[in-house]
Design a protein around this ligand. Structure first.
Ligand SMILES: [Fe+2]
Length: 326
């Protein structure tokens, strides 16, 4: 770590101190990755310099592409190939670690470090959406203690993939990725004890936990970077088409399309993931629950898209009663 003048600070370095705008409305927290947008802001604020970690964090996408071709060709049993696949998993872990830091900063400052989040989407998540290995990577398990961060990252990827598979344009796919990443960021207002409870939440705790959609919305609405479609997707991600969801018990077309996609991504990932109170189930079992128990609650077009694509990459067999059920 060292103090550098503003002209010496470059994109990719990490802030090691908190910087606040002159009007006190915007904060770049410790741990924020510097990007061009942030540098322009610091220039506007007439900041002379800052404490930074100089080692730039960069991901080598050419290397990732090489890894994908290896995975696709089924050559992962060779030792050198195993090493490359492991490298891809390590990159995924690095993104997760960065997201964990963003959630921690949000918890302690009560504000989302949006610049860092947007940099993460732009540079490290969105570019990987064209690579199928990222989707399969979502099916590796994380420790239950890291569920909040791993789940956020998984939902960002799954929602982004669903957007691509459904034929959405780049802008909507980007919005879906960001919405997936932050849909549960309001849970940073819930204490660790409740978040890590090993049993199911009791009625009072569940009532508190259900506020997280509104808290996510409020945290994001404080910033100037988040569009209305992302805000609605976050606020409505627990609404259900049959009106049984929360916070507003919206029905059918009252729920925005992006919120319906986040809902499918959220439920699928929650079912296949290890959590404090349940062990992740297989993609096949998860899809069967979604088809046979939740068909009235979820957007059938979105669910069908997930099923078809999971079947295409061999992760599930299409449920026998699929056609009559949805
Ligand atoms: Fe949620």
């Amino acid at each position: 770590m060292s103090y550098l003048s503003l002209s010496e600070i470059k994109s990719g370095m990490t802030l090691e101190q908190v910087l606040v705008s002159p009007d006190g409305k915007m904060v770049f927290g410790q741990g924020t990755i510097v990007n061009d947008c942030l540098l322009a802001r610091l220039n506007d604020w007439k900041v002379e310099g800052a404490e930074v970690a100089e080692e730039a964090i960069e991901f080598d996408f050419a290397e990732i592409e090489k890894i994908i071709s290896v995975v696709t060709l089924g050559m992962t049993d060779k030792p050198e190939m195993k090493k490359m696949v492991q490298h891809a998993a390590e990159l995924h872990m690095k993104i997760e670690t960065e997201l964990k830091r963003i959630f921690m900063l949000t918890r302690y400052h009560g504000a989302v470090p949006m610049d860092t989040l947007i940099h993460l989407v732009d540079k490290k998540i969105y570019p990987r959406l064209s690579q199928l290995d990222s989707f399969e990577q979502l099916h590796t398990q994380a420790a239950a203690s890291d569920y909040l961060y791993r789940h956020a990252l998984d939902v960002a990827f799954i929602a982004g993939y669903l957007g691509r598979w459904l034929g959405y344009g780049d802008g909507d796919i980007w919005n879906l990725t960001l919405a997936g990443l932050v849909h549960d960021i309001g849970k940073t207002k819930i204490n660790f004890e409740m978040l890590s409870k090993s049993g199911r939440l009791n009625a009072d705790e569940f009532k508190i936990a259900k506020n997280h959609t509104v808290w996510s919305y409020q945290l994001l609405a404080q910033t100037e970077f988040v569009s209305t479609v992302v805000l609605k997707a976050v606020l409505e991600h627990h609404e259900k088409l049959d009106g049984s969801g929360y916070p507003y018990r919206l029905q059918g077309n009252e729920i925005t399309m992006l919120a319906r996609i986040i809902a499918v991504a959220d439920i699928y990932d929650a079912l296949i993931s290890n959590r404090y109170y349940h062990k992740g189930i297989s993609p096949q079992e998860a899809i069967e629950i979604m088809v046979f128990q939740m068909a009235n609650q979820l957007d059938t077009h979105v669910l069908a898209c997930l099923i078809e694509n999971l079947a295409q990459i061999g992760m599930i067999k299409i449920p026998v009663l699929y056609n009559s059920a949805i």
